[in-house]
Every structure is written in C-alpha cells, then in structure tokens.
Design a protein around this ligand. Structure first.
Ligand code: PLP
Ligand code: COI
Length: 358
C-alpha cells in the first residue's frame, strides 16, 4: 500500500471566505484547498503519493492526453451528518468502476486500497470543506490522465492520478423542480464495443453538442438512444434513467453501452426493499410514447451522484413533446429519493453497509 506524504496548503481559504462561499453552492465551481496526486510510470509503477495544495499542473505540449484523450474519471460525494460524522457512499464501487474504465482505456489499474486511501486522506485534510445539511456535500473527482511526451498512437508510459474536491449544492438550477429532457435523434453516445460503459472524458466531449442542443430547446439534459437503431432508450448525458408505470412497477435500460451507475444499482436495491418490481430491459422510445399517451407511464426520473434522483416532468423531441404523468415529481420517485438521501445523510439506517466513515 502506498504511503502518502501530506503537505499542508500554506495559504488556505479563510473561514470567513469559505462561510460566504458556502451560502450559495452551485455545482463544481468552488474547490477545496488540497488535492491528492499519485504518479505512475512504466518503470516505477505507482509512486510519489501526496496530498498537497491544489495547484495547476504543468504539461508538456506533447503530453499524450492532449492529443489522444487517454483520460478517465469518477464522481462521488462525502456527506456530513448532523453529529458531524463524515461518510462516503459506496466508495468501493467507484474504485472498481475506475479500474474497469482504466482497463478499457489501456491505462494502469490503481489498487482499490490506494484509490480509497487517496480519497480518505484528501477528505480528512479538507474535512471542513464538507458542507453541513441543506443538501450540500463535498463532490470528489478522482481522475487519471496519460502524460507522456510522445505523439505515437499507443498507450502512454506515464500517468497522473489526482483527486480534487468541490463543495456542491444541487446539480440542477431549478432545485427540486422536475427536469426537462431533450431526446437526441441526431447524435448518439456509445455503440456496442465502444466506451459507453467506461467513465472517460471522451464520452462527455462527444455528448456536449447534444447537450447544447438540449439547452437550445429549453431542456436540462439530453437523452440518448442506441447507436445501431436509434430506437432504444439508453441514458442521459450524465445520469441513468428509470420509468415508473401505473401498476407500480419500473423499467430501466440494461447495462452494456451505458455507464453502470452506482446510484442506478442502489435504486435497484432500494426498489427491491420496498417491493417495487423493476425490469432491466430495453425500452423503446416508441413504447415510451405509447405508454405516455395511454397513461400507463406515470413517472420518470434521472439518477446519478451529481443529480441524486431528479423527477422528469417533460420529454421534448424533434416532432413534439410529452408530459410524464402529471408533469410533477411522482410519489415513487420521491420515495426512492428519500430512502437514498436518508441513508446518505445518516437519517435512515444503513442496512446495506453502504457508508464508509472518515
Ligand atoms: N451515466 C452517466 C453518463 C454519468 O455521467 C453518470 C454520473 O456519473 C451516471 C450515469 C450515474 O452514475 P453514478 O450513479 O455512479 O454517479
Ligand atoms: C457524476 O454524477 O458524478 C457525474 O460525473 C455526472 C456529471 C453530470 C457531473
């Protein structure tokens, strides 16, 4: 296991400035005082683990990440309970998915214990950056990028792993209001055999034009259909999706070309706990339109670390729009959201052992 050198930031943000910044938390604009960094090279493996002052990297213009985008990341949150205890939610799952992404992008795997140690040590040093209550949390962004100065197209022989931390409030500006989704019929996100199941920066770069189109249509997020037939619902730009029917059952697209969301997986477990039947099966956009028209489809929600669980009120597409149920966040969505947030904030019992104290 790696030993971390801890170097305190000599110029941390003042308590007063942080208190002021915490009054209006958005998503991903404010950063804590430190970062964790670990280097990898083909000859030394993982080495030089540090928690140090957050500072810019200096990259050679030939650094391979700048040319061939060999980069992966994770997203997770640290939550503070009323008694001051700070917890991570299922960080072992992020460590595993990070390594699955690393394998797909031909990058070195980071032992899970070192991934967790980097997160734990950063959160311990920046503990006061974990907001208290009001839906706030410390969003953690572990990432790894290729950093060899070499223009040949092959896996890099040098990498940097880093974790930064950002105190966040709600991801969507409308707060708890249901979100609007744009169905992208021109652009797709991932094809079979591609990188859809990996959390690599390139997937997000390719989604931005579709997300911008969603914005132009007054929508908060883009919904992608499958690349082969443009028929099957896959996922949103940065979230998985669930649908709720009037018989109380739910459906969510199966894994394969989508990101295996940790929130998605947790919702599947919470649904089972609450006797809600869920099918993981392909769900066609045509079928969705018919179900919305007949009244069978009563709720839809997006879920992910950043967004938590967000009700979907409306879907817009090239030839029209449809309201889901009443257009408001539904009862099943609210129930599942409350169960999930209850565990994360330690208001409900952690019966699945999902929390990891720091
Ligand atoms: N799908 C995509 C494309 C995402 O970016 C995310 C967010 O990380 C998710 C799904 C949800 O994953 P998780 O619940 O692990 O945050
Ligand atoms: C996350 O939820 O962690 C993501 O990476 C998604 C993105 C919308 C911020």
């Amino acid at each position: 296991m790696l030993e971390f050198e801890i170097i305190q930031n000599a110029n941390p943000m003042t308590e007063a400035d942080r208190a002021l910044a915490f009054q209006n938390l958005g998503f991903g604009t404010l950063f804590s005082d430190h970062m964790a960094v670990i280097h990898w090279s083909a000859d030394k493996g993982w080495h030089s683990a540090q928690v140090t002052a957050r500072a810019p990297f200096s990259l050679d213009p030939a650094s391979s990440v700048l040319h061939y985008a060999q980069e992966i990341f994770e997203g997770m949150k640290a939550y503070r309970a009323a008694d001051g205890k700070v917890v991570l939610f299922r960080p072992d799952q992020n460590a595993k998915r990070f390594n699955a992404s690393a394998r797909r992008l031909a990058m070195p795997e980071l032992p899970e214990e070192d991934f967790l140690a980097a997160i734990e040590k950063l959160v311990a040093v920046d503990r006061k950056w974990v907001p208290e209550g009001n839906g706030g949390s410390l969003y953690l962004r572990p990432f790894m990028f290729a950093n060899e100065s070499f223009l040949g197209v092959r896996p890099s022989k040098e990498y940097i792993f880093c974790v930064i931390a950002s105190p966040v409030g709600p991801y969507f500006k409308g707060g708890a209001k249901p979100v609007k989704i744009w169905v992208s019929e021109d652009y797709t996100r991932a094809a079979v055999g591609g990188t859809g199941a990996a959390k690599c920066g390139g997937n997000y770069a390719a989604s931005l034009i579709a997300q911008a189109e969603a914005g132009k249509h007054g929508c908060d997020q883009v919904l992608f259909l499958d690349a082969a037939e443009r028929k099957w619902i896959e996922e949103l730009g940065g979230m998985n999706i669930f649908f709720v029917f009037n018989d109380g059952s739910m459906v969510t697209p199966p894994l394969g070309t989508i990101l295996p969301g940790i929130t998605r997986n947790s919702i599947l477990t919470l649904a089972k706990d609450n006797n809600i039947a869920v099918q993981e099966r392909p769900y066609a956009f045509d079928e969705l339109q018919a179900d919305a028209a007949s009244g069978r489809l009563v709720e839809a929600f997006a879920c992910g670390t950043a967004a938590v669980v967000a009700g979907i009120g409306e879907l817009k597409h090239r030839s029209g729009s449809l309201t889901i149920g009443t257009g408001e966040t539904g009862a099943v969505t609210t129930l599942l959201r409350d169960k999930l947030v209850g565990i994360q904030t330690q208001a409900l019992a952690d019966s699945h052992g999902w929390l990891h104290s720091i």
